[in-house]
Design a protein around this ligand. Structure first.
Ligand SMILES: Nc1nc2c(ncn2[C@@H]2O[C@H](COP(=O)(O)OP(=O)(O)OP(=O)(O)O)[C@@H](O)[C@H]2O)c(=O)[nH]1
Ligand SMILES: [Mg+2]
Length: 352
């Protein structure tokens, strides 16, 4: 693949994109979102330079204040004259293309700033994780030349866990209403959080959640198992052992201990500290080699995504495969055949 395979139309688009024209970026996103002809070559061309932007993901339950916090953080970065891209993923929204964030209170404050480009998109019902298209849009934003790309994903099942497939630093936003630390552990949030934020610090219950999260993180780091009191009748230490699903070493052994911060996204309390902590995490990522590691695993997962999508496309666009499927269905209907015998015939043909 090379840029010479680009259509004249995409070549023109690429020029505008490379000149830093926001309209070029917007068009490129449309081409990618709609999987228009040549979208993969376009992505290949712009991504060839490798990732450059600092990517920060914000995830957490619905209504935790992620958008408000992203807007507050973005405002801080604008003070530092960073050029920003924002991608907000809404798994329930039937819309895509920016209609949604316009309704949001704080996002309004920043959406008229030419130093910020905001894109809101639906995940198209892929509840298994972030849609490949979403990751591609984040890659486009990175390639466009933003200093930083902020990604907001709503925590619904696997979607929040997959934010790691798009971001270098993951900020998990919780609120007192979203439940206790045990729920956060069960949801796998301990595994993905680089920074915990308890937002809506003005609400009752915030200090307790902070305390619980700190204790749980402490346990995760493998220390002080003894002096943690049982919580809700459950032994946190045991829960941790049962719930830990990855073989990743404890975070503190990796040299980064996950901080728990509090914010009020409406008054900006704690937002400067959050921005500072994100910088500290960035410095650690770069010094420890972890950034390279994360980029490598992201490269692997993105490559797998593309293969999966292409395999599916190749399979179901083949006349032979469609014929075999029709025959398989006939055999199932007339008895004796099963979806497995049908699939066997199809795979046999594809892998031949
Ligand atoms: N009291 C209080 N309210 C907040 C705070 N942060 C956000 N809110 C309010 O919480 C509501 C949800 O905020 P959003 O920023 O839209 O939350 P979100 O997590 O992006 O929501 P979804 O994207 O729909 O999941 C809004 O009414 C905000 O004004 C806070 O720190 N304190
Ligand atoms: Mg939001």
């Amino acid at each position: 693949m090379s840029s010479t395979t680009l259509s004249p139309e995409n070549q023109a688009l690429l020029e505008r994109f490379s000149d830093g024209k926001v309209l070029g970026l917007a068009r490129a996103i449309t081409v990618v979102e709609n999987e228009r002809a040549g979208f993969q070559e376009l992505l290949h061309t712009v991504m060839a330079r490798g990732p450059q932007a600092k990517r920060v993901g914000f995830t957490g339950p619905p209504g935790a204040g992620k958008s408000s916090l992203v807007a507050a953080v973005a405002t801080e970065y604008r003070k530092l004259e960073e050029y920003l891209g924002v991608v907000a993923v809404d798994p329930t929204s039937p819309y895509s293309g920016g209609a949604l964030l316009g309704d949001r209170i704080r996002m309004n404050d920043i959406s008229t700033d030419p130093g910020i480009f905001i894109r809101s998109m639906a995940t198209r019902g892929s509840l298994g994780g972030l849609a490949t298209t979403t990751k591609e849009v984040v890659d486009l934003m990175d390639a466009f030349g933003f200093d930083r790309v902020l990604v907001e994903t709503v925590g619904v099942g696997q979607t929040e866990l997959e934010v790691t497939a798009a971001a270098d630093t993951v900020v998990v936003v919780l609120v007192p209403e979203s439940g206790d630390a045990i729920q956060a552990m069960k949801a796998g949030l301990m595994e993905i959080a680089d920074i915990f934020v308890v937002n809506k610090a003005d609400r009752p219950g915030a200090p307790r959640l902070v305390k619980e999260l700190r204790q749980a993180l402490h346990l995760r780091a493998g220390s002080a198992l003894r002096d943690i009191p049982a919580h809700h009748g459950v032994d946190l230490g045991r829960v941790m052992k049962e719930e830990r699903t990855t073989s990743a070493p404890p975070t503190e052994a990796e040299g980064w201990s996950v901080p728990v911060l509090t914010t009020n996204a409406l008054t900006n309390e704690g937002v400067e500290e959050l921005v500072d902590t994100i910088s500290e995490h960035r410095a650690w990522l770069e010094q420890s080699g972890e950034l390279e590691q994360r980029r490598r695993s992201r490269a692997a997962s993105r490559s797998r995504d593309v293969v999966d999508r292409e395999m599916r496309r190749v399979a179901w666009s083949s006349d032979e495969v469609r014929g075999l499927l029709a025959r398989g269905v006939d055999q199932i209907a007339s008895g004796g055949g099963t979806p497995y015998s049908a699939a066997d015939a199809i795979l046999g043909s594809l892998l031949r």
